[in-house]
Design a protein around this ligand. Structure first.
Ligand code: IPE
Ligand code: IPE
Ligand code: MG
Length: 241
């Protein structure tokens, strides 16, 4: 039991450090990515046990295409394998899968696979597992701006009605709550183009351990740290009526 823990409604994780985890063991980077999948499995289970409603995981960024082709291919294959092997079990345990990121430019068969996983699990409500794949926040915001501009150009939208809430509904994360807690493993303390807009008031927790070593215990530690934070949202401490 984890009494006294404040549970974020939405936790987002930058799963970083797979390559360094592998190098430290004299293994190829791919071994780190593979081990990262095991950490992901136990993290999803832990998130459901903690009662988290939304778990967003950064699995491949728009900038990750700049890695060596073999590594990119390996990561794409790993996603396919994860979906193929895990969707049935995730579905059975009540997990709803959602994918954010740019689907343009991805192979058609991969896109179909992702869409099928979303469709299969769409009525589940135990945990929303949001997979950020080919995701970049600046690209997402650019796409939103373009969609809004097209509506204005078509005479469907008055620019005076462009509000933060309207922009929100044009993002991949439309209709999801903003992350309350953003965790990054692997020791780097940066956001790397992840949920820039959505993290406006997220609490950041940086974990020194590499992603393949992440587990329920480290997750609980991050939640403990989160619980000790005072969120003010620009207001004042312990505001009362
Ligand atoms: C995170 O681990 C996984 C992805 C970015 C796909 P890295 O591959 O970035 O591992 P490090 O940061 O090089 O150790
Ligand atoms: C962020 O990690 C992307 C993912 C975890 C998928 P990176 O390893 O790509 O980020 P940088 O290059 O260290 O900023
Ligand atoms: Mg990295």
């Amino acid at each position: 039991m984890h009494t006294g823990l404040k549970i974020p409604r939405h936790a987002a994780i930058i799963m970083d450090g797979n390559g360094r985890w592998a190098s430290a063991r004299g293994l190829p980077r791919s071994a780190g990515h593979k081990a990262g999948i095991d950490a992901l499995r136990s993290t999803v289970r832990a998130a459901a046990d903690f009662g988290i409603e939304y778990l967003t995981i950064y699995s491949f960024s728009t900038e990750n295409w700049s890695r060596p082709r073999a590594e990119v291919m390996f990561l794409l294959e790993l996603l396919r394998r994860f979906i193929r092997q895990d969707v049935a079990e995730l579905h059975a345990s009540g997990v709803r899968i959602r994918v954010i990121g740019d689907r343009e430019g991805l192979e058609k068969s991969l896109v179909t696979m992702l869409e099928d996983a979303e469709a299969l699990t769409r009525n589940n409500s135990k945990l929303n597992l949001v997979v950020a794949f080919n995701y970049g926040s600046r690209q997402e915001l650019t796409r939103a701006a373009r969609l809004i501009a097209e509506k204005v150009a078509a005479g469907e939208l008055d620019p005076a009605h462009i509000t933060p809430e309207l922009l929100d509904t044009h993002l991949d994360t439309a209709h999801m709550p903003a992350p309350d807690l953003l965790i990054r493993t692997g020791g780097e303390e940066r956001i790397s183009n992840f949920l820039l807009w959505q993290s406006a008031y997220a609490e950041f927790v940086f974990i020194p351990e590499f992603w393949p070593d992440f587990n329920a215990e480290i997750f609980a530690r991050a939640l403990k740290e989160y619980s000790s934070r005072e969120r003010r949202f620009g207001g004042l401490k312990a505001q009362s009526a």
